[in-house]
Design a protein around this ligand. Structure first.
Ligand code: NAP
Length: 268
């Protein structure tokens, strides 16, 4: 029995498709757009139900828990905290409001849902939680500070939760993708250039990493794996890393997100 948040598109959708291949799979798909969730649920080769909810809403965690108890007997072996978004912008433009908006979805909503479902995961152990962080949760670039802050927070909290829940048989894994072509992160600028096209991964590749870090029991995975070098450089060579990431070469890695187009940074 698995819950996948942000299952209506991108990495979450690919994860649902991947998990549905496992024998005896049963899924709860969570996101705001009900029609997309229903279409996906009907296309899967296993039982799948949906909860259409805004995960930042006060009642969201209890709605998911009540659904699990009413429709699936309250068992839970895997929670994939994948829903997330980015709204680019400098701190001078977006201010605290943009930081808060990222924290509410990418961190607070994950913590709140995990709090509501942890008793079910413990009772169903061995079980696992996989948190979707990002390579941006290890290294930060201009105009992504609010997004990076939310993912840095998620990584720190996940490491602690791993240590706390390990004795009870609830594994906590982390997946840190680089650039992945999805609705929210189209990576159009990178895919248009031959020089950078190769660094963009597919959602299905991340879904495999999520499986490895959940039921597979691995602690963490970068996707693609060489992105780990960025994290290592940040620790061992901080001055050089900062120079590179704030220099001209880094501007080749600047991408816009769906959040920019739809809404822009939150007003400050
Ligand atoms: N793609 C990348 O390059 C990349 C890189 C590193 C990390 N990540 C992380 O991977 C995760 C998945 O992103 P993705 O690339 O697959 O993006 P995506 O295609 O935009 O998917 C985001 C998912 O989150 C859901 N969502 C957004 N806001 C929500 C809310 N308030 N309540 C409930 N659901 C919400 C969306 O569904 P609805 O709109 O239907 O609610 C959608 O299913 C995110 O945490 C992201 O930060 C992505």
């Amino acid at each position: 029995m698995a819950v996948v948040t942000g299952a209506s598109t991108g990495i979450g959708e690919a994860t649902a498709i991947r998990l549905a291949r496992e024998p005896g799979a049963e899924l709860v798909l969570v996101a705001r757009r009900e029609e997309l969730l229903r279409e996906l649920a009907e296309s899967l080769p296993c039982r799948a139900t949906c909860v259409a909810v805004d995960l930042t809403a006060d009642e969201a965690p209890q709605r998911v828990r009540q659904h699990l108890e009413a429709e699936h007997g309250g068992e839970l072996h895997l929670l994939v905290n994948n829903a997330g978004a980015a709204w680019r912008g400098s701190f001078a433009e977006g201010g605290h409001a943009n930081v808060q908006r990222h924290m509410e979805l990418n961190f607070d909503a994950v913590v709140r849902l995990t709090e509501a479902l942890l008793p079910l995961l413990r009772a169903s152990a061995p079980s696992a939680i996989v948190n979707l962080a990002s390579t941006a949760g290890r290294v930060s670039r201009a105009r992504t500070g609010a997004y990076s802050a939310s993912k840095f927070a998620l990584i720190g909290w996940s490491d602690s939760l791993y240590a706390e829940e390990k004795p009870g048989g609830v594994h906590v894994g982390l997946v840190m993708p680089g650039f992945v072509r999805t609705e929210g992160f189209p990576a159009t600028e990178l895919r248009e250039k031959a020089l950078t096209r190769w660094i963009v991964s597919e959602p299905a590749t991340v879904a495999e990493a999520i499986y490895e870090c959940g039921p597979g029991g691995k602690p963490e995975r970068y996707v693609p794996r060489p992105y780990a070098l960025a994290a290592i450089a940040r620790i061992l060579l901080p001055s050089l890393t900062r120079r590179v990431l704030s220099g001209g070469a880094a501007s080749n890695l600047t991408t816009s997100t769906a959040g920019d187009g739809d809404r822009g940074p939150a007003p400050s």
